[in-house]
Design a protein around this ligand. Structure first.
Ligand code: DGJ
Length: 337
């Protein structure tokens, strides 16, 4: 009898301990976020880690959509999309663009779809995604841009085509829509030595031949934003997944000339972009001169565990600077001088 009671007690303890632990973990991760914590684990509203790397954000009405690479430990698994009303709390909306099961497709499972960006085309009413595409089994040799479209921001996106814009290699990339609705593809070309800009067709699905070299400084991870009538361009160096020094250029015209302003990061670890690499600069609506620098702190041993660095861009003496902050919220922008 005594033995039976011990056995029963043992079973109860063994059964209840993991449950209590699981509850603690999920209630912590499901707690509402009220601040950005750069480099820390960031959970979606279901308590799962956000998996949206090399991404960008699109605002539709009063909802933000965050698109990014869905990564397994190494493998690329398509483009994920999340939605949010406040930029701190993100609901998982699913895979916006799924790799094809057809092995002949350009986006056959096993391909690489990196740095996806989505823009909305007013004329066609379509959401248009561009991404850096590498064909299955060819490492980074193909150097193409891929395009997909959808009727809704959450997709599903339908693959349209892939190509080298005007015959140029195209790896890291970003998109930028100007105030007049014209859209541009900015991309690292010629083995990443050149940074090029191409104006897109009216439907945003193809590059036009208005496609120029901006500069040949061996840069990647381009992110363009506009403030006070000037265009700014953030880039990284080319060191694979390892962090390096960022640089900021400014221009009056998107096609240049682009003038180097230097490294906008300040303080400790600034020379390594705080361990991150630029992916996008998000203008925050309703706040003057409010922009969020978005970067990836890559973990090449486990790419899905790469962390996100979101930091405020601050205009000091009219010049954009990006300071490190352990934690911050959107109220930070009201405090700007
Ligand atoms: C750096 C790029 O910015 C990333 O998007 C990715 O392509 C890695 N290189 C691969 O090494």
């Amino acid at each position: 009898m005594k033995q039976f009671l011990y056995l029963l007690l043992g079973c109860c303890l063994a059964w209840s301990a993991p449950t209590a632990k699981a509850q603690t973990a999920s209630s912590t991760s499901k707690a509402k976020n009220t601040a950005f914590k750069p480099g820390e684990l960031w959970y979606d509203t279901e308590g799962n880690l956000i998996n949206a790397h090399g991404g960008g954000v699109l605002l539709v009405g009063n909802t933000y959509y965050w698109y990014g690479e869905k990564r397994a430990q190494h493998q690329e698994e398509g483009v994920n999309v999340y939605s949010s009303k406040d930029l701190y709390n993100w609901k998982y909306e699913g895979v916006a663009l799924t790799p094809a099961t057809d092995a002949q497709s350009d986006i056959a499972a096993g391909c690489l779809m990196e740095r996806p960006k989505v823009i909305y085309n007013q004329k066609t009413g379509k959401y248009v995604m561009w991404f850096h595409l590498e064909l299955k089994g060819q490492s980074y040799k193909a150097a193409r841009a891929g395009v997909a479209v959808a009727d809704k921001p959450t997709g599903p996106f339908r693959y349209v085509s892939s190509f080298r814009p005007n015959g140029n290699m195209s790896r890291d990339m970003g998109l930028f829509v100007d105030d007049d609705g014209a859209a541009y593809h900015i991309y690292s070309s010629r083995e990443n030595y050149d940074l090029r800009l191409a104006r897109l067709s009216a439907d945003y699905l193809t590059p036009t031949t208005q496609d120029s070299l901006l500069f040949a400084k061996h840069r990647e991870a381009p992110a363009v934003f506009k403030q006070g009538g000037k265009y700014y361009l953030l880039t990284s160096g080319c060191t694979g997944w390892a962090p390096n020094e960022a640089s900021l250029h400014v221009a009056d015209n998107l096609f240049g000339p682009w003038q180097l302003l230097g490294d906008p990061m300040t303080g400790p670890n600034a020379k390594l972009t705080y361990g991150g690499q630029s992916t996008y600069v998000l203008p925050v609506p309703g706040k003057k001169d409010a922009y969020i620098f978005m970067a990836d702190r890559w973990n090449p041993k486990d790419l899905k565990d790469s962390r996100y660095l979101w930091l405020p861009v601050q205009f000091k003496a009219g010049q954009p600077t990006i300071d490190w902050l352990e934690q911050w919220d959107l109220g930070h922008f009201s405090k700007q001088l």
